[in-house]
Design a protein around this ligand. Structure first.
Ligand SMILES: Nc1ncnc2c1ncn2[C@@H]1O[C@H](COP(=O)(O)OP(=O)(O)O)[C@@H](O)[C@H]1O
Ligand SMILES: [Mg+2]
Length: 687
């Protein structure tokens, strides 16, 4: 796990991982009903999409072309709904005659090259027929007109003559329009439902991840950068959403579309369909190769941009050093190299696009050309209808889009898999051990460290055999050089880390046996950096807890944080940008007020007064004296003047307790404390 967390932003794994997918599907479960409706809508939508070209085919074949021809035979043809015209001539429906038969008739000269339109007897067209006697011949059962004759007719007459076809075309147009409207409405519903599901899933994910982050041990945050956790909750969740809402659905739609279109194509004409199918592997290969190149080029560009930014940032913020140490030429060379790399990466990306985009469009047009060439031949031979050819051209174009999208989906899928892997690594991070369930009624506040050994890592002992005790209500100070382990002692007392050896006791009970919430709620910690949340001052004292406003005000007054009341908006004053509008001392007083409001038995101060100037220190010191009254307190102080009155001072050095006693005793010892004291005294004198 830890080996992951160091580099997990770079995880770029498989595009599909069943184990991850299963865990992801889990998030989708509560919304499976909406999702199913969505899938159903997609099926209908894709169905409509594939039907549209077929409608044009019907329009062309059944209504827009002239379906009848005259054959001269000595017997009635067995196909083509023959209508006898007399003199061995028959009117036949071209579409119903097999290509072989047609070829036979054509070569025998039995088939008239002219096409005819058939008009049913008794229809309103009779008047037209009468008016153009030389053009139309009445036949039993109806009339017919040749294509040439039709052309000679005025347009209005043609339309009247072809009333049946016009009605048919109008019907189809209405059907087409209805299909479009349905597609629009269903499309809106589908997008809405899909996005709804996606947003809900994202909401749940963010909630679950944040809830998990809240339960992680504090030690986790020591080794994890804030930015990374933020990315988990925002970007990574969004990447998964993209997969669910765009990629998976597209995959499904495209797969369905390809199957449906291929099905229709084979049904219309299997030979033309086969020709298109033969092109398929090339198109797919080209599309995937394109995506692969784009992906790697894109990644390289991103990497170079990051390098460029980092270099610029560093050079500019370090400009003073560069110039003062006369390193301009070297810095320029370094920048020049990175700049060239960035240029090359961008060019590679651009060339990839420059070549592949036209290539894909060439392939797509080539497929269309192939259909026109091969299909057109079949149309001329009569084995393929003109309508079917038009439909084929539309279908070929329809096939290309999904293939391009599928190859793009691969990227999305890979990104989402990597994101979910990172999210699951975070979610699998063990939660903080809540410890025992023990609680102590009437806590006195006795603290005892017994031979405590602790290391953050392995055997690097930060605390070595530390033992000390703080009796209830007493004031214990811990002093020592930076890095001697003072803060670590406090972390251990709050059980932010587990000790390796020894015992830490609270009123004689090992702290591991205590409920973590209980343990922490009995101690108030004030750190050097006061963290203020966004919101008002009142909120920052109460921290969303049960503490009433009256109690908070009381606590603030008790902690000498009366300055709040002189602010124009008092406790409702907005804390801006983590309290920049407040002075360090004021912020510190607020943190005391916060500590007091929580009424802890034990008060822990870690260098709380270190960064406060001497004027404010007085107010703070008086506030502290009050707060520490009747409480066990552990005070880590840099400035020894502030802890002189402690009941006990523990001197820590390299993780070991080296001296222990009151101020007077330690001074008399002439050891480390006396030396530190003498040093600070000298500094203070020099001021
Ligand atoms: N989270 C951590 N992980 C690893 N080492 C740490 C961590 N925190 C502190 N240390 C190390 O432990 C030692 C004691 O640190 P600390 O208790 O903060 O000292 P002090 O508060 O006395 O300045 C230091 O050497 C420090 O580098
Ligand atoms: Mg410290």
């Amino acid at each position: 796990m830890s080996q992951h967390s160091a580099h997990d932003d770079e995880i770029m794994g498989k595009a599909f991982d069943l184990r991850l997918m299963r865990r992801l599907i889990h998030f989708l479960k509560p919304y499976w009903k909406i999702f199913s409706v969505c899938v159903l809508l997609i099926l209908v939508l894709t169905g409509i999409q594939t039907v549209l070209p077929y409608i044009t085919k019907i329009a062309i074949d059944d209504f827009l072309t002239l379906p009848w021809a005259v054959v001269t035979l000595d017997h009635s043809p067995s196909a083509g709904e023959p209508i006898p015209l007399g003199d061995g001539r028959y009117l036949v429906r071209i579409g119903d005659i097999s290509p072989d038969t047609r070829m036979k008739w054509e070569s025998a000269g039995a088939l008239s090259a002219k096409r005819y339109i058939f008009v049913t007897q008794g229809s309103p067209q009779e008047t037209v027929v009468d008016r153009n006697q030389q053009v139309f011949t009445a036949v039993p059962g109806g009339f017919f007109a040749s294509e040439d004759a039709l052309r000679a007719l005025p347009a209005t007459d043609t339309i009247t003559l072809r009333q049946g076809a016009v009605t048919g075309v109008i019907r189809l147009a209405i059907l087409f329009a209805i299909a479009l409207v349905v597609r629009f409405l269903f499309g809106v519903a589908q997008v809405y439902l899909l996005q709804l599901t996606g947003q809900k899933v994202m909401y749940d994910m963010r909630r679950q991840i944040f809830a998990h982050i809240l339960r992680l041990p504090l030690s986790y945050f020591d080794r994890t950068p804030v930015g990374r956790l933020v990315t988990r909750v925002t970007n990574d969740v969004a990447a998964i959403n993209e997969m669910f809402t765009s990629m998976l659905v597209n995959l499904f739609r495209d797969a369905f579309l390809i199957v449906a279109v291929m099905g229709i194509m084979f049904q219309m004409d299997w030979r033309v369909a086969l020709v298109i199918l033969a092109l398929f592997p090339f198109i797919v290969l080209a599309a995937f190769e394109f995506r692969r190149r784009v992906r790697s080029a894109y990644r390289e560009v991103r990497r170079q941009i990051a390098r460029l930014n980092a270099n610029l940032q560093e050079s500019i913020s370090g400009m003073r050093i560069i110039q003062l140490f006369v390193q301009e030429i070297k810095a320029n060379k370094r920048f020049g190299k990175i700049n060239v790399d960035k240029y090359r990466a961008s060019m590679r990306q651009l060339i990839t696009f420059a070549v592949f985009r036209p290539l894909m469009s060439f392939l797509s047009s080539f497929a269309v050309a192939l259909v026109i060439w091969y299909g057109g031949r079949n149309v001329l031979q009569g084995s393929l209808s003109l309508g079917a050819l038009t439909a084929f051209i539309q279908y070929v174009r329809m096939l290309f889009q999904p293939i391009l999208e599928l190859s793009q989906g691969y990227n999305v899928l890979q990104g989402a898999m990597a994101a979910s892997e990172r999210i699951f690594i975070l979610l699998d991070e063990p939660e903080e051990d809540r410890g025992g369930t023990g609680k102590i009624e009437n806590l006195h506040g006795k603290i005892e460290f017994r031979h405590v050994w602790f290391a953050y890592k392995g055997e690097d002992w930060v605390l070595k055999d530390v033992s000390f005790a703080a009796t209830p209500g007493s004031r214990v100070a811990i002093v020592g050089p930076t890095g001697s382990g003072k803060t670590t002692i406090i972390r251990l007392l709050l059980r932010m880390y587990q000790i390796q050896k020894g015992e830490i006791l609270l009123d004689g009970v090992p702290i591991e046996q205590l409920d973590l919430g209980f343990l922490r709620s009995r101690m108030a910690v004030v750190l050097q950096d006061v963290f203020l949340f966004s919101g008002d001052i009142m909120g920052n004292i109460r921290l969303w807890s049960q503490i009433s406003e009256e109690e908070a005000v009381e606590a603030a007054r008790f902690a000498n944080a009366g300055f709040v009341e002189s602010l124009p908006e008092g406790y409702k004053t907005e804390v801006k940008e983590r309290g920049v509008t407040l002075s360090v001392g004021e912020r510190q007083l607020l943190s005391f007020a916060r500590a007091v409001a929580f009424k802890p038995q034990i008060l822990v101060l870690d260098e709380a007064t270190a960064s406060i100037d001497s004027q404010t220190e007085d107010v703070i010191q008086r506030s502290l004296e009050k707060i520490m009254e009747n409480r066990t307190s552990i005070v880590i102080a840099h400035r020894l003047s502030t802890i002189r009155n402690s009941d006990k001072i523990i001197v820590l050095h390299n993780g070991k307790v080296v001296e222990e006693g009151t101020h007077a005793e330690l001074i008399a010892m002439h050891g480390l404390y006396a030396a530190l004291h003498a040093m600070q005294f000298a500094e203070a004198g020099a001021d």
